[in-house]
Design a protein around this ligand. Structure first.
Ligand code: FMN
Length: 329
């Protein structure tokens, strides 16, 4: 049995399972679908640009639309200038956030060029100033999400020093995506490289990367000794994964999870999109989700392709229903 609850500053996290921020995927429809199966310790938004966030309307912005049941929730900021923090944090506070995360792992050229994501993680003075400013502006727990660093100059020991530096900046927890900067997601994660750092930290360390099954989760906890795990793509493929891990790793009986009804799950996601999102914001998100969800089927690429080619939500639904009727177990 693993520890079934942790604290991030004053925030209770139980179970210690975290939904990863994912652009185009970690939105209200996916969060609700996941919650239909069971609790998640901490939900997340996708990354939100600190400069444009203050101008987003939470009633229609696909990044901010949220229902009251989606809690506790962390808002992830993509920030590269301390003077952008004030209005962004002000906005986040009006939205009822439970936690603020800073993106230090994004390696997209557009982001890096401006000095965000991994570029900010390599600029200690600017990072220090940004964290200091955010802490001045609010009393919410502050986390950062990092990668392992540059392959050429990172060892378990230098990574540990970097984590301790971040801890000294006053953050309340650390999310570690266990891949080097810019390393593709297809590559197996390097969980073992995080062990030294996790042993040395006094704040909670949450590991991310490559957790798709209950067995992955069990191995990740065992190998790393992490306080929690964060799941990204695995949550879009199997929105019930948090429930399954919770039942197997944190419940006393070691209960067995029920097999999900795949067509009903896809249709529920479709329904959440239709209920919550402006018309023009639905189809792209359906395609993105289906790309991952279709991996539950042996010939799922046919489902993904037919939804991908659809011009409307209605057409995508017809195509998906045809696929489900031909692929019922
Ligand atoms: C489509 C997609 C979008 C992502 N967007 C973000 C993001 O907005 N912020 C972030 O910190 N990481 C982002 N990531 C990285 C994930 O949070 C996570 O670190 C990565 O997918 C590895 O975890 P996994 O193996 O569980 O998927 C994204 C990943 C994917 C696949």
């Amino acid at each position: 049995m693993f520890r079934d609850r942790i604290k991030i500053s004053g925030l209770d996290i139980s179970p210690p399972l975290f939904l990863a921020p994912m652009a185009g995927l970690t939105h209200s429809a996916l969060r609700q679908l996941i919650l239909d199966f069971g609790p998640v310790g901490l939900l997340s938004t996708e990354m939100l640009s600190a400069s444009s966030l203050p101008h987003e309307n939470p009633d229609i912005s696909p990044y901010l639309i949220r229902t009251p049941r989606e809690r506790p929730i962390s808002y992830q900021l993509l920030v590269y200038r301390a003077d952008h923090a004030e209005k962004a944090v002000e906005k986040i506070l009006t939205l009822g956030a439970d936690c603020i995360d800073i993106n230090l792992g994004c390696g997209a050229p557009k982001v890096v060029k401006k000095g965000g994501g991994i570029a900010l993680s390599r600029d200690p003075d600017r990072l220090k100033e940004i964290i200091r400013r955010i802490k001045e502006l609010c009393s919410l727990p502050i986390t950062v999400k990092i990668r392992l660093g540059q392959r050429s100059d990172t060892s378990a020991s230098t990574f540990k020093d970097r984590c301790l530096f971040l801890q000294d900046l006053g953050i309340d927890a650390l999310y570690i995506h266990a891949r080097f900067d810019k390393e593709p997601f297809a590559r197996p994660p390097r969980w073992e490289m995080t062990v030294k750092a996790i042993e040395s930290l006094s704040i909670p360390a949450i590991i991310n990367g490559g957790i798709f099954t209950i067995e992955d989760a069990r191995r990740c906890f065992k190998i790393t000794g992490a306080d929690g795990i964060m799941i990204g793509r695995g949550a879009a493929i199997r929105p019930w994964i948090f429930r399954d891990i919770c039942l197997c790793l944190f419940s006393k009986e070691g209960a067995q999870a029920q097999a999900p009804d795949l067509p009903a799950t896809w249709l529920k996601f479709f329904q959440y999109l239709e209920e919550l999102f402006p018309r023009e914001r639905r189809l792209g998100r359906l395609k993105e989700f289906t790309h991952y969800f279709s991996q539950n089927y042996a010939f799922g690429n046919r489902l993904a392709m037919s939804v991908q080619r659809s011009k409307t939500m209605a057409e995508a639904k017809i195509k998906a229903l045809e696929f489900f009727s031909r692929n019922s177990e």
